[in-house]
Design a protein around this ligand. Structure first.
Ligand SMILES: Cc1cc2nc3c(=O)[nH]c(=O)nc-3n(C[C@H](O)[C@H](O)[C@H](O)COP(=O)(O)OP(=O)(O)OC[C@H]3O[C@@H](n4cnc5c(N)ncnc54)[C@H](O)[C@@H]3O)c2cc1C
Length: 410
């Protein structure tokens, strides 16, 4: 039994805390924010066990002009951020060869195939299970050309064990009658589900762990200093928090801690947005993703959340009105019953250029373990990440190869 400090109380940090407490460790969360208040708050809430296709596919070069200059493109770059983004972007482009793309897809499929095992036990408690909606996610294509263009990636998914069924226009209408009749093809992903309130789920998990002895210190950590038999964590006021092990789960803000521990990881952020339509949840029974527009509409507690898009533009808090407008009008086009949204949100996906997370021990000390960079999949991969982090702390061999996620792969 050891003293373990977990930095960050999003999906990744709380899942790590869960598995570490299960192993009998004394766990302290260090985070100035409450559970699920950063990127883990505003996501689309899908358990996307099918999400093994990285963004950096070999067609990215061919599609780039359309992505960057079409008014309905869900991908944007803040050109003023380009100088800082350049190293990440170059690595992203270099990852877009067939062999690297397929390597990332295989590595994602490997961890995704274990994603449910990471949550199974948590979801045996009725409070947490009450947030889970067992409805498969539906992916929609409005343009037959883009459905055709998606076939190689669908074939790759199938070859990697992802189960799905295709549905036609009539099938879509039967499943989701309130959708506008603009979708020609749909994909229903087997075994996927969604959370009706991602932050509510994390708050309930946090409450149950406090009852089991979890401590939560509301401090921001500035510096990690590995010691011979432990780790010192120095907060903003200069106070030192000691622990035998430290787990870095600070999402998109993890890069500096890796650097302090001797690892240069090219972490950046893919900004994403949501708009919320109050009192509309009855219009859908499941998350519906509009493939060409890069977002999901998820029926959550309180209304439909349209969440997605990718903006490469760093950490500034300023929202992009064009992307919010695209999300709003696209959602209203797909679901004509939607009113005006009552709120908008911007979040920061922690993303590495090869589309894989970083899970592993630091160069400076095996007592500092990283768990960040879960890009579009942090909700899905929280549980399994927590379970392998607990393995690393205990010195157990994880059930699958962690080399693809190694911090030293860059
Ligand atoms: C629009 C959108 C839709 C998405 N949809 C989905 C989806 O449907 N399914 C899915 O699986 N994933 C989805 N994601 C991705 C998912 O939300 C993220 O991968 C996930 O939330 C990342 O979790 P995290 O715990 O790593 O980071 P965060 O939730 O960002 O948590 C990091 C924590 O670290 C803390 N912190 C930061 N700095 C410090 C410091 N110095 N000291 C102490 N604490 C610190 C922060 O306060 C924060 O609480 C989506 C993301 C976006 C933006």
């Amino acid at each position: 039994m050891a003293e373990v400090a977990v930095l960050g109380s999003g999906f990744i940090g709380l899942s790590c805390a869960y598995w570490l407490i299960r192993d009998g460790h004394r766990v302290t969360l260090l985070d100035p924010q409450g559970p699920g208040e950063a990127t883990s708050y505003g996501n689309a809430g899908t358990f996307a066990n099918y999400g093994c296709i990285p963004v950096n596919n070999p067609d990215v070069f061919r599609n780039l002009p359309r992505f960057l200059f079409s008014s309905t493109s869900p991908l944007r770059i803040r050109w003023g951020y380009l100088p800082q983004l350049a190293p990440w972007l170059v690595r992203f482009m270099l990852s877009a060869t067939r062999s690297r793309y397929e390597h990332s897809a295989r590595a994602l499929a490997s961890i995704l195939s274990r994603a449910f095992d990471g949550y199974r036990e948590m979801l045996a408690t009725s409070t947490l299970a009450s947030f889970v909606q067992q409805r498969e996610c539906l992916y929609l294509y409005s343009n037959p050309g883009s459905f055709k263009a998606a076939q190689p990636s669908l074939d790759l998914r199938r070859s990697l064990g992802v189960q799905f069924d295709t549905v036609d226009r009539d099938g879509i209408r039967q499943i989701e009658p309130d959708l506008a009749p603009i979708f020609e093809h749909g994909i229903l992903f087997g075994g996927s589900w969604f959370l009706s309130d991602p932050r509510g789920f994390l708050q309930a998990l946090h409450t149950s762990m406090l009852a089991q002895g979890l401590q939560h210190e509301r401090v921001a950590i500035n510096t990690i200093e590995p010691q011979r038999n432990g780790v010192h964590l120095i907060d903003e006021s200069g106070r030192t928090h000691g622990a035998e092990h430290a787990i870095v789960c600070t999402g998109a803000l993890s890069k500096r801690f890796a650097r302090q521990c001797g690892d240069r990881v090219p972490l950046d952020t893919e900004r994403g947005y949501h708009v919320h339509f109050p009192f509309t949840s009855h219009l859908l029974s499941r998350p519906c993703g509009w493939a060409e527009r890069g977002f999901y509409m998820t029926p959550m507690t309180g209304g439909i959340r349209a969440a997605g898009t990718v903006e490469l533009g760093g950490f500034g808090p300023r929202k992009n009105p064009a992307l919010l407008s695209l999300l709003t009008t696209s959602a209203q086009q797909a679901l004509p019953g939607l009113p005006q949204p009552d709120s908008t949100w911007l979040g920061f996906r922690p993303s590495l250029p090869d589309g894989l997370p970083v899970i592993g021990r630091s160069r400076a000390s095996p007592r500092v373990v990283y768990a960040f960079g879960h890009q579009h999949l942090g909700v899905t991969l929280g549980g399994v990440t927590g379970s392998v982090v607990a393995d690393l702390v205990a010195g157990r061999t994880p059930a699958f190869d962690l080399n693809p996620y190694s911090p030293s792969r860059f």
